[in-house]
Design a protein around this ligand. Sequence first.
Ligand SMILES: [Zn+2]
Ligand SMILES: [Zn+2]
Length: 578
Amino acid sequence: MANGLSSIPALFRACCDRGSLFPFEALRKLLGLEDEEVLQLFGPLPSRWGKSELPEELSVQDFIHSYRRWCPRCLSKQAYQQGYWDLKLVTLCTRHQVWLQDRCPQCGAKQGWNGSSLLYCACGYCLSDGSAEPAGGLPLGLTKALLPESAATAGPDVGLPAGVQLSRIQWQRLVCRLGQFSSGVQPSRPGQLARLDDLGTARTIIENAAAVFHEWPTRLVRLLEDIQAAAGPSISLKTSFGVLYRLLYVELDDPAYQFLRDCFEDHLKTNWWGVVCRRNRRLKPSTLEKQARMTKKQACQATGIRPSVLQHLAQQELLPIQDVPLPSGRKARTFRQADVAAAAEVVQGAGNLSELALHANIAERRIRDLVILGVLKPIISRVGGSSWLFSADDFRQMLVPTDVLETGDRPMVALASLLKSGRLAREEGGSLIAAILAQEVSAFTESGGMVPVGQVVLGQEEVVCWRKNWRQQHGAPLSIPEAAIELGLKQEVVYHLIRRGLLEAKHVSSGGKVDQQAIQDFREKYVALADLAREKRTSPRHLMSSIVAQPVSGPEVDGGRQYFFRRSEVLACHVVDR
Ligand SMILES: [Zn+2]
Ligand SMILES: [Zn+2]
């Protein structure tokens, strides 16, 4: 050492003796350093030597103070300590692409500042002799980003998304925090790190951080997945992502780190099982809009689908449910946005059974008949009817084009009165409506145009023709017991009517068959006293005593069990009330 002084404390004392100047100024005078040369020095002075001027935004805490790190290869070229080796986060020599050292390879001692030599350990080992361990490309690129321009050398860069630019200080902050995360390891608090002056700790931090940026953003996404999986299912961001969530939105809230939050939020959109509360002010509005999943309430609000309908859609598997089991054992039910949007399209303009009946202007049971006939295909069909849901298409289908009704020549009949008359067989009514909907039977109204099917008027002749056809296609002959059920009569009454020739039957000797046509003919021609009384809301006895028409069959006519009248006579005479 200079002027025979054997150690730095001795040098310090010598400098202090030289008057009122700061010791560093005294030393500088002794060494005859120019201003320019002083500027090339890097790092803080020990406080008692004088005031330090640090480059960029570095602070004294960013430097190691008690021990030295070194690159054996640099030392073998020139035996001086490079300033940036003292930065806590610098763990490798970018020039030689090797890890720095902080212990004597021979005796393991750390090297302080108080010895008289930079090159020799107290044990006599020459620090420039040690073999150096090559550093990987990833930590190398990251270390370059942390170094002042003058110290950085050529080498690989950190692979960040295009357009992302961080200052050295921003890099340093990011590396310190992010370097505490690795696959399977989450710090309990990602605050300021202790022990960064330890080379091993610092090296782990650099390696972890470099790994996160490798193949951007694959590794970060994998880290998110790992953390999410380790946390277990939850619908809370805080529970799922813990400290990392806080880190991204609180500790690293600087706009420069937005690229990290973008990556995180992209991950949420596709891979998170929870739903972010829409009042969350940390996430971007666009992320809240485009979440992968929504709660039932959110789905109803967003689409206007009624909660009960949403429930039915889910039950009918028209809307897949994503159940997130919670640690409490309960399940959080969520839906995929895309599924909800598709379901909303399906139920747009849909309605239930009574709404459709009202819209079509026909009875609900006719709507059910149309479902049985396959004309209507409800989105949701449940026994009981009230929870059926019909699509907008079904609603449109219930409106039929009509021609303008021309008064005069031909007899017409309103569909409504035809359906109410009870003269159509069970399935005939539904089939007639289906035929009108399919425009196989012409429909009329006074003003023409599209009207609800229940309001149309039909040509009587056309209806007769249609029924004839329909019966031929659908009316298989019935046995006597079947005919009795169809007519709502006792079997012996039916046999009596056949014997009397009022109901036409075939093959009577071999049990007997009744054509649908014969049943319709009988219904159109005759009416039972009991039915008539029900229609008039009176008792058969009272009706019998007040009716003017003569029965065609009955106890006092031909020994039959029931009285029957001709419809035409009943209609002509009406019932006279006494
Ligand atoms: Zn080196
Ligand atoms: Zn040693």
